[in-house]
Design a protein around this ligand. Structure first.
Ligand SMILES: Cc1ncc(COP(=O)(O)O)c(C=O)c1O
Length: 460
């Protein structure tokens, strides 16, 4: 067995996240071997500009020695410390305090997870506990957006509204509901800002009325829907949804797993609209993918509801062995230092303008139905007929072709199944690297359009 190639070993043993198991086995894995700055290198030595920051997480770019040093130093000193039995470690405590400082006013209580899925799962568990502890046990219904992504845990995947996360998983649960995505490009209410915002507010109010406010626990949303195709609602949408949730007396949960830590410009997307959610979930950019970590951040109201819901000695039965892992926390502290003192957040804001302008310019490409972006998060939605906004048919396998052409041209991005290209370059991207990214992206679109059957599908 040891003589087998990595591809063969992978085929036989490694189950990949969100993959088509049999076709992955048939195609074989693409092994990545090393990375530096904006570039990853595959096992054959081919260098690729990573326009997706791994999985929208490596916001500082690859190869920061100071992060490696922070992790190594912490591993030498104290590689593990439990948070149970009253123990703690300095990096976890300092990181919790730093997050409280950086997040919107009122979010001061931090519970650490290993990533985004378990941050969302923790949020759901804690909300359930909160309503029981505050004597409102009927509030158990959860509402989220169609096309939303809230991870892959047994509970979170039901709030997620992407069909493959539900099919054969017996989800969503009976207490998990979805309202229409704001999706300006295809919103039946119209794509102008006011109509998009009004339609989402009306949908949330209608759903809560249908379920009864006394039965509804919370509304979950991403400030910009990532895995649903980078759907960018108008400025003002988030604030309107937050205010509506407050009016309806339901908790407002902002899932900033992608949008947090500078991805859309400010440190958090909520901050751009002066929104303070009841609960925020984060992961990805928190450690920029250098070590696994996420967090659920509670407002004082939710924290106090749980803390004071029983006698002071009663345990809250929620915990993970690796909550507040000191190595991940040390990484998180250094990554945040790089965003702030290291200037990476400011760089992302500057290069983000170039990115947004570059994507907007690509909107004139024959295949691009819509270019949308905010900060360093963007997408090109490809269509075969711009006037009709007709998606390319699934039979064409456009996403695979785009990925293949991109690879050949030295760029990796997210090729969504519906023919949308998702982009989330590191915030550390230089202006010259952004030029390269945009040029390779354009070449990839041109190469796809050069294929005779893609050309034949146009205007269809
Ligand atoms: C908004 C959102 N929430 C939750 C998750 C789940 O995070 P993880 O994959 O770290 O479990 C993701 C992952 O992409 C996400 O985008």
């Amino acid at each position: 067995m040891l003589a087998n190639s990595l591809v063969q070993l992978d085929r036989e043993h490694l189950i990949h996240p969100v993959s088509a198991y049999r076709s992955h086995e048939a195609k074989g894995v693409m092994v990545l071997e090393s990375a530096k700055g904006m570039f990853v290198r595959d096992a054959a030595g081919k260098e690729l500009l990573d326009a997706f920051a791994g999985l929208w997480c490596v916001n500082i770019g690859y190869g920061h020695e100071s992060v490696v040093e922070a992790a190594a130093a912490q591993m030498r000193k104290l590689p593990y410390a439990t948070g149970y039995f009253g123990f703690g470690s300095e990096p976890a405590i300092r990181l919790a305090a730093r997050i409280a400082e950086l997040t919107p006013e009122g979010l001061d209580r931090v519970y650490f997870s290993q990533g985004g899925s378990d941050a969302v799962d923790s949020a759901i568990r804690l909300i359930t506990h909160y309503y029981n502890a505050t004597n409102r046990p009927t509030k158990k219904q959860f509402i989220a957006l169609q096309k939303g992504y809230h991870g892959s845990s047994s509970l979170g995947a039901g709030l997620t509204a992407l069909p493959v996360f539900h099919r054969n998983f017996d989800l969503p649960n009976a207490n998990q509901h979805h309202i229409a995505s704001p999706y300006p490009y295809r919103n039946p209410a119209g794509s102008d800002d006011a109509s998009v915002i009004a339609s989402s507010v009306a949908a949330l109010k209608a759903k809560v009325a249908e379920l009864g406010a006394e039965n509804v626990a919370a509304f979950f949303c991403e400030p910009i829907q990532g895995s649903g195709g980078v759907i960018v609602p108008p400025v003002g949408w988030l604030k309107a949804m937050r205010e509506t949730a407050r009016e309806l007396d339901i908790l407002f949960v902002a899932d900033e797993v992608i949008t947090g830590f500078g991805r859309t410009g400010p440190m958090f997307a909520c901050a751009a609209e002066g929104v303070s959610p009841d609960i925020m979930t984060v992961a990805k950019g928190l450690t920029a993918g250098y070590a696994p970590m996420g967090a659920v951040i509670l407002s004082e109201k939710v924290y106090a509801g749980i803390a004071d819901g029983a006698s002071p000695e009663t345990m809250i039965g929620h915990g993970y062995t690796y909550s507040g892992h000191p190595v991940s926390a040390a990484v998180g502290l250094e990554v945040i230092r790089l965003y702030t003192d290291g200037g990476i957040l400011a760089n992302g804001q500057k290069v983000g303008q170039q990115f947004e302008a570059g994507l907007a310019a690509l909107a004139s490409h024959p295949m691009v139905g819509e270019a949308r972006s905010r900060g360093m998060l963007g997408a090109l939605e490809l269509v075969s007929n711009k006037a009709e906004k007709t998606p390319f048919g699934a039979k064409l396998g456009l996403s695979e072709r785009l990925f293949r052409h991109g690879y050949k041209n030295g760029i990796v991005f997210r090729a969504f199944a519906d023919g949308t290209i998702g982009l989330a370059p590191a915030l550390s991207c230089t202006e010259a690297e952004m030029e390269t990214l945009l040029a390779r992206l354009k070449r990839t679109l041109d190469d796809a359009l050069d294929e005779s059957d893609v050309r034949a599908a146009m205007h269809g």
